[in-house]
Each structure stands twice: as structure tokens, then as C-alpha cells.
Design a protein around this ligand. Sequence first.
Ligand code: PMP
Length: 288
Amino acid sequence: LKKLYPMRTVYLNGEYVLEKDAKVSIFDRAFLFADAVYEVTTVLKGKLVDFDNHMKRLKRSMKELHFEPTLNEKNILKFHRELIKLNNLEEGVIYLQVSRGVAERDFAFPKETELTVSAFTQKKDLVENKSAQKGISVITIEDLRWKRCDIKTIQLLYPSMAKSEALRQGADDAWMTQNNYVMEGSSNNAWIIRGKTIYTRQTDNLILSGVTRAAILSVAEELGYKVIFKQFTTQEAESADEAFVTSATTFVTAVVKINNHRIKDGKPGVFTQELRKAYIKQALKTLK
Ligand code: PMP
């Protein structure tokens, strides 16, 4: 950890402090109940990608959990920019977490808590990325998460188990399935291509509506692809012409192996590469 990230300055409840000095109560509901939501926003060229859409989703997550709507978007933008500056971040992400706050332990939502707001930077090579160049392998695994995956909560233990199981089996990530239908990746949306048609699952309460997914949809349309919003089976994925994942940290990253099935020649497909390139170009237009 130390090597990757020398002592950062992080944000906590209105203050900029060294990461070693950022302290949160053990009674914080994030700590006791995972009662918190988050966003991960990409930073390219020292600026924020698609910030407005991340804020939109954050507000929705908070509303669904009946958080006090006391967050000020202008202020969030301000401390995101400040963190970029204080940590000299050129490329990477900003992790933002909003917890319901501190209260005596009780299952019922407490009244009028003050939100705990924290954020930190992570430096990452996103554009020139090894996984994206080679493509990744995924396993499929039963989706045992709760049924409100549309809310971006920090309750991420099952995706964490799924990803760890993938690594244990020598793969890079896991696609979670219900009744043999692919829902999404452990921390990304899942897509396949057959011919020049792209398939992605419809969004509802069972998957997260990705900010990157939405951007890819407009990029795909501009490039003349046909997109079908329909869930696909594990076997349909295994026999697809191309497959890929999307997220704020992976952009568009090819999936070249699903379970024991190589996707086509085992290299990132041409359409996937075209989408990745076009997505990055369009992301650079949203910088804030
Ligand atoms: N699905 C899940 C379960 C995720 O955790 C993520 C990333 N947070 C995504 C999809 C992709 O969302 P986004 O494009 O907004 O990063």
C-alpha cells in the first residue's frame, strides 16, 4: 500500500488531512451496517470524467436509502478538484463515500444524523493499461447478492468473494449469474457482441446502472452498432464473437476467456477496441 500510495491527503467532513490522521467513529453506520453509498470518478489529465452523471447517481442512491439530502454538489466538485491538486493526480480515480453518519447502534435509521463524507485519490494507469491490451479472463459464479444492486452501497462482500474466487481459479474477474443469466461483473457491467450487434442486460434493481455503460451506449449508437437490451446466458457469452466489461476504472476492457472457453482467437476483438478508443475520446470531452 505504502509503495503505491505515498502518504496522501484525503478529505473527511470538510477537512483535508493526511490519510494517517483521518479518523471515523466506530459507531459510524458505514462501519456497523454498511449504511453508506459511494462513487468512483475517473481522473484523466488531472480532471474529472463524467462528474455530473456520478453526482446524479449518488443523489439517487441517497434518496433510495432515505439519507438527508444535505450534500451540496458544488462543494463535492470543489473538494474533488482540491484532492486532485493536493495529491498531484494526473490519472486515476477519486473514491467518494457518503455514510448515514454516527448513531447509537440500532437497526432503525436514526433521525437527523450528520452524514460522514470522505474521499481519497488512487493513482492508476487507465488509458495505457495492461489488462486492456491483453484482455481479461472471467469465470461465472452464482449471484448471491441482495436484490437492490441498483443502489451503489458499500456492501460489497459478495462481489469481493466472487472476485477472490476468480483469482483463486486463475482468472481475472467473475461474472455473476442468476438462473444461468449473466447479471454483471463483480465491479463492472457485462457485454457481448454477436455480428455487429451488442448485447447488454436491461437495467433494473438487479444490476448497477453504470455511468460508463450509459456513455458506451451513446458511443455505440454513433458508431452505428445495434444494441439489444436483453440478458444473455453463460453459454451465449461463451460462444460470443466478442465480450467486454465497462466501468469507470476499466473503460472498455475485452474479455477474452469465459470459464474454459476462449472468445474467438483469445485476443481483444476489433469492435471492442473500436469502442474503447471511441469511449476514451468521448470521455475527454466531459472533463470538468
Ligand atoms: N456494476 C457494478 C456492480 C459495479 O460495482 C460497477 C462499478 N462501480 C459497475 C457496474 C460500473 O459502473 P460505472 O461504469 O459507473 O463505474
